[in-house]
Ligand binder design. Sequence first.
Ligand code: NDP
Length: 246
Amino acid sequence: MARGILVTGGATGIGLAVARHFAENGDTVVITGRRQAPLEAAAEKIGAQAVVCDHTDPEAVARLLPRLPERLDVLVNNAGGNTDFDAAPADDTDTGPGPLAAFAQRFRANLDANLVSAALTTKAVEDRLAEGGAVVSIGSIAADKGAGAYGAAKAGLASWNLGLAQELGQRDITANVVAPGYIAETEFFRDHLTPERRDHLIASTALGRPGLPEDIAGAVAFLASSAARDITAQVLNVNGGERGTR
Ligand code: NDP
C-alpha cells in the first residue's frame, strides 16, 4: 500500500534524495520549501507534490495541514541548515540593535531553523500520523563537534526527540534522528568549505570519503520501514566512521 510521506525541505540535497527514494517506492510524497521555483521543479522531477512552507512560521505550518495526505505514515524533518552561512556580514556602520542583539538574533535563527521548525511541524501533524508510522528528523555530526548555535540546535533536536519518542510510542509511532556526517553534492560541502578543509574532514572518517545524499536516504527509509518497528528514541550516525563519534 502506498504510504503518505512528508519531507520538509525536499527540493534539494538530502531532502530531495529522501523524497525521491520514497517516490520511487510508489509512496505519495509531499515536499516543502520556501522557494517556489526550485520546489516545483524538484516535485515534478520525482513525482511528488510541492507545498511552499516556511517551517519556522507557525501560521505557514498550520496552512500545510489541508495539503497533506489524509493518512500520513512518515514525517521527515529535514528542513534546516547552518543559518550563519546566510547571515549578512556584520556592518560596522550599522546603528541598529547593537552587537549583542545581533548575536542573539543569529543564535535564535539557528535554533528556529533546525529545532523549532521540527518541533512545530511535528506538533502540527501528529494527530494525522498513522499507527505504525515514523518521524525521522535530520540531525548532524555538528551536534558532537562544538559547532556553535547550529551544533547546539542539532544537539537539542536529539534531546527533543527522546520526549517525542515517549509520547508517540503510545500510538506505536517511532521517532528517531539520522545524524549525517559530511555529505558531498550538498550546498554546505560545495560552497562553504575550502578544498583543504574538505580534505581534512574526509581524512577524519574511517571510510576516507564523504557520504552521499542517497546514503542518508537509505538510513531514513530503513527507520521508516517495518524492519525498524522496534527502534525508537535513537540517533543513527551516518558519517563514514568519523573519529570521536560512536
Ligand atoms: P540544502 O540547503 O540543500 O537543503 C535544505 C532544504 O531545506 C532546502 O531545500 C531549503 O529550501 C529547505 N529549507 C531550509 N529552511 C527551511 C525552512 N525554514 N522552511 C522550509 N524549508 C526550508 O541542505 P542539505 O541537504 O545539506 O541539508 C538538509 C539537512 O541535513 C539540514 O537539516 C542540515 O542541517 C542537515 N545536514 C547536512 C549535512 C551536509 O553535509 N550537507 C551534514 C549534516 C546535517 P528553501 O531555501 O527554498 O526553503
